[in-house]
Design a protein around this ligand. Structure first.
Ligand SMILES: Cc1cc2nc3c(=O)[nH]c(=O)nc-3n(C[C@H](O)[C@H](O)[C@H](O)COP(=O)(O)OP(=O)(O)OC[C@H]3O[C@@H](n4cnc5c(N)ncnc54)[C@H](O)[C@@H]3O)c2cc1C
Length: 481
């Protein structure tokens, strides 16, 4: 087991994409195998040493940034153990890059659907945040792919569970499952809840607060015969919205949206973005050999119905072209991250999803509020799942403060419409005050009870994620004494 203490060589572990400042830790601990991991955690538990679990460090919410204690990095857990075409699943360790996992599967003709855009995320990080990305429109979030998890609990105990092994009820004597109602939209905010919760689901989306995921068995699909993808440009943004509404009834793999400001960023990467476009949709569609023509004809009808210009449209039929389009789409969050780094302000973005029938109201609220604010912004994201990322790019302290108020107004609106405060990035440290908006004070207390049951000495991601520890200090008396 490697232990690094030199502050210069470990400072990169104190950052992620959130730009949250002030992270610090005494050491970074890098175990080589599950026994070393378990021994280290046992000792940390005995000594009450706080640990923060680190994956690839691509979180947008400061969730892997430590505030004291040790960082526990899973970077040596980087083996793909088995890929099985018969069972349509694979077993891999938590430190494997999602990108490497996908390409190993595709060499066997298999398809791993989780697609969280960022190429340096680890499998463990994506499970821990229940990440999604564009393709969850068809395949669902990471949760849906997880069949088995091998983990180390806060006591150092190794737990190996398969989906279906343990179903929790409200009367469970050890794990007090939360009673709050989860929104009926794509969601990665807070612990999974409700009567009949599968125990494994508690550890997906837990943001490193309940266990350290060491290994996972993940389900796979057959590699599609072909993926067709297209960028469509619209002169009237409302045509892009109505196109998305129709496209949701299709069998698309992904449906993504870009507003005029996102297109401005794209124009710096390509001269072929039409100058008068006010909005764009990028979609991907799996094709079958026999159905290719009829599927594409179906899309042509939808395109004509919503006034997208076929002359301006871009289409990709080969996997290389498709990858280029994905890279192009990926350049938007990358450009935003560059701007955030340049301005030095903390990243202010939303991750709200709302029920489909409430999306027009939410979109109008975004557009009207942002227009009135005069603050630079970009809206893009997973419109197929009614889930957009609004990014505010303040240039000075006054705008920064105002942007925070605007984000809170968006959160409150989203929650009032039955949505979630975080559909895929999790809560981490930068969104923790939003969680109470969604589940109420009682909901946070219920989460704290689970944390207490599984991590009695509060060693894991103690100062931060999900705001639980934050509330613990505040509610300690009420919860346990
Ligand atoms: C340009 C860009 C685009 C992005 N697009 C998307 C997107 O489309 N969809 C999406 O969902 N996300 C997206 N993200 C966010 C990010 O990639 C995901 O949140 C990802 O799941 C984080 O994985 P990671 O390995 O980097 O985790 P980290 O950032 O290292 O950690 C994230 C959290 O997981 C915990 N953790 C990490 N490993 C483990 C483990 N083995 N056991 C227990 N807990 C662990 C950490 O403690 C932390 O709380 C994007 C990020 C960037 C930079």
């Amino acid at each position: 087991m490697l232990i690094k203490r030199d502050q210069n060589s470990i400072k990169s572990y104190f950052e992620d994409i959130s730009n949250l400042k002030g992270g610090h830790a005494d050491s970074v601990v890098i175990p080589e195998n599950i026994d070393e991991l378990s021994e280290f955690v046992k000792k940390a538990n005995r000594d009450k040493l706080p640990i923060t679990v680190s994956g690839g460090g691509t979180s947008t919410t400061g969730s892997r940034i430590p505030f004291g204690g040790s960082v526990l990095s899973l970077e040596k857990f980087n083996r793909i153990i088995d890929i099985s075409k018969e069972r349509m699943c694979a077993v891999a360790e938590a430190g494997v890059l999602v990108e490497d996992f996908k390409s190993a599967c595709s060499k066997r003709g298999l398809f791993y659907a989780s697609h969280p855009t960022e190429k340096s995320a680890f499998l463990g990080g994506t499970i821990s945040t229940n990440a999604s990305g564009a393709r969850s429109f068809k395949y669902g979030p990471t949760r849906k792919q997880v069949k088995r998890l091998k983990m180390v609990l806060a006591t150092g105990q190794i737990l190996d569970i398969r989906r279906g092994d343990i179903i929790l009820t409200k009367k469970d004597p050890i794990i007090p499952i939360p009673t709050y109602k989860m929104p009926e939209v794509k969601n990665s905010a807070g612990y999974f809840a409700g009567e009949g919760t599968d125990y494994i689901d508690l550890f997906i989306g837990q943001e490193g607060t309940l266990s350290i995921i060491a290994q996972a068995e993940l389900s796979l699909a057959m590699m599609p015969y072909k993926i067709f993808s297209s960028f469509l440009f619209f002169k009237d943004v409302k045509d892009a919205w109505s196109f998305a509404q129709d496209a949701r009834r299709s069998s698309a793999l992904s449906i993504e949206y870009f507003d005029a400001n996102a297109l401005r960023l794209l124009k710096t990467k390509s001269n072929n973005v039409p100058p008068d476009a006010q909005g764009a949709i990028f979609f991907e569609q799996e094709l079958t050999e026999s159905g290719e023509e009829s599927i594409i004809n179906g899309w042509l009808k939808t395109i004509a119905k919503h006034n997208a210009s076929l002359d301006d449209a871009w289409a990709a039929m080969t996997s290389e072209e498709c990858e280029k389009f994905n890279q192009f789409r990926y350049s938007i969050p990358e450009s935003i991250n560059d701007i955030v780094r340049r301005t030095g302000y903390r990243r202010l973005s939303t991750d709200i999803a709302v029920p489909e029938d409430r999306l027009p109201e939410m979109m109008n609220f975004y557009v009207d509020t942002l227009k009135a604010s005069g603050i630079e912004h970009v809206i893009f994201g997973h419109i197929g799942e009614c889930h957009l990322h609004v990014n505010l790019l303040p240039k000075n302290e006054t705008e920064h403060k105002r942007s925070k108020d605007i984000c809170l107004a968006f959160i409150r609106k989203g929650v009032s419409l039955g949505g979630t405060v975080s559909a895929e990035h999790g809560i981490g440290k930068t969104r923790r005050e939003y969680l109470e908006e969604m589940y109420g004070r009682q909901g946070i207390i219920e989460m704290a009870r689970i944390k207490k049951a599984l991590d009695p000495n509060w060693i894991k991601n103690i100062r931060g994620n999900l705001g639980i520890s934050f509330y613990i200090c505040y509610y300690k008396r009420r919860v346990w004494y």
